[in-house]
Design a protein around this ligand. Structure first.
Ligand code: AMP
Ligand code: MG
Length: 403
């Protein structure tokens, strides 16, 4: 058995970043920028008012209350050029361009109008409620550095500077397949020995949530020729392949037989529970080297090895250099998390919530068998329980947050 850290190192060092490409701003959200983004426009493009009110000369209202003459009204989007002289005010709506002459805006709540006169009840400092040109982004400035993970607000910023496309590391195209002649996907009644397939549904969602594009090849029959053809086809059209099942020790099923023959594989046994077996390899397709992540078939093992090994590798391929694995926090175990010594680190499914003390408190998510996906579904975190007899109630434990 090898440590999880050693397995992670082997897997992550075996994958490389995808070639950057230019995509639309909308398509870039969730992806990593592969170049600095330099703003070509100022935001805002002109000085404007932050409130509905009256544009004034601050010197005029220094001794408020003061009455000024209203020279007109300016709505947002109205480009009319106004000039405010001493003793004057311009009624102005949020987002409208500042008139020349004025240096502040008094909010409407502090004013009283009668006919074309406005009484300003409060004095304001120069610059009050004025948003200067380029207050948000200045033309020529690098608004995002290479390597930034673009979020929704970031895509909004790109729109605000009229950057229509950006250079990113693309979504990894991932082929997903499962093997196992016992697996039923079509809803037909189960005969003895059969179970319903569950991993493909779960993994397709996990892969998509990792910002990848997934092709679900379904359950491939335990037939070497069919499996080889499917894997070669998948490698020709994808950046990575995720398989479920058939990687356990001493398992001579077709996945192992075919992959051992056509790919450079590492069959790993990790000192963790669940998810001890894992396979990583490279399938060469033309001049491309396509990584294969061979997850174990037990649904909980499948999910946990995806989280610990495959997802971080896919993130690395998509240009991430930070947060490859999910964040962990030191939490309080509200219940004992019992286990037996077996030389392995246990990843126990737990439910955590942030309590009034500001700390994450976790409790057992339920039965911990590697086939018991229902208990995993009730969990939102993995408690990392070191070898030994477990964690007592009230003791601390490291917890990886899944959501
Ligand atoms: P394997 O890794 O192929 O030896 O499978 C280990 C266990 O997981 C067996 O009980 C399989 O029936 C089960 N299993 C394998 N693949 C799936 C799947 N796609 N969905 C649900 N259970 C699976
Ligand atoms: Mg199997």
């Amino acid at each position: 058995m090898i440590t999880l850290a050693a397995a992670q190192e082997q897997v992550w060092s075996g994958v490389t970043r995808l070639d950057p490409r230019e995509v639309s701003c909308e398509a870039a959200a969730g992806l990593v920028l592969a170049a600095d983004v330099v703003a070509s426009e100022n935001v805002p493009p002109f000085a404007n008012t932050a409130v509905d009110g009256f544009a004034v000369r601050s010197a005029d209202v220094a001794a408020a209350p003061t009455t000024l003459r209203v020279i007109g009204t300016l709505a947002a989007g109205d480009g009319t050029e106004w000039h405010v002289d001493a003793g004057q005010a311009l009624r102005i709506m949020t987002g409208a361009p500042m008139p020349t002459g004025a240096d502040a805006v008094v909010m409407v709540e502090d004013c009283e109008t009668v006919g074309d006169q406005v009484t300003v009840r409060r004095s304001v400092l120069s610059g009050t409620a004025v948003r200067p040109v380029a207050d948000d982004v200045r033309a020529g400035e690098a608004v995002f550095a290479n390597g930034t993970v673009l979020n929704a607000a970031g895509a909004g910023v790109l729109a605000s500077i009229n950057a229509r496309t950006v250079r990113v590391y693309p979504r990894a195209k991932v082929a997903l397949l499962s093997t196992g002649d016992e697996l039923v996907t079509d809803g037909s009644p189960l005969v003895r020995g059969q179970i319903r397939e569950s991993n493909l549904t779960m993994l397709e969602l996990l892969i998509a949530a990792a910002e990848c594009e997934v092709t679900n090849y379904g359950v491939i029959k335990d037939d070497e020729a069919v499996l080889e053809q499917t894997l070669r086809d998948a490698a020709a059209r994808h950046d990575a392949i995720v398989t479920s099942g058939g990687v356990s020790m001493g398992d001579f099923d077709v996945v192992k037989a075919v992959l051992s023959r056509i790919a450079e594989m590492q069959w790993m046994q990790m000192a963790i529970k669940p998810a001890k077996p894992f396979a990583f390899g490279i399938l060469t397709s033309g001049n491309r080297r396509v990584p294969i992540f061979g997850l174990p078939g037990n649904p909980v093992s499948s999910m946990i090895s995806f989280e610990l090994l495959a997802r971080p590798a896919l993130r690395k391929m998509m240009g991430h250099t930070t947060n490859l694995v999910r964040p962990s926090v030191r939490a309080v175990a509200d219940q004992a998390l019992r286990r037996r010594p077996d030389g392995k680190v246990h990843f126990m499914r737990v439910f955590g919530h942030f309590a009034a003390d500001g700390r994450l408190h976790v409790r057992d998510g339920g039965p911990q068998g590697s086939h018991q996906l229902a208990a995993t579904a009730a969990a939102n975190a993995l408690a990392v329980v070191p070898d030994g007899n477990g964690i007592g109630a009230g003791e601390e434990v490291d917890v990886m947050l899944l959501a």
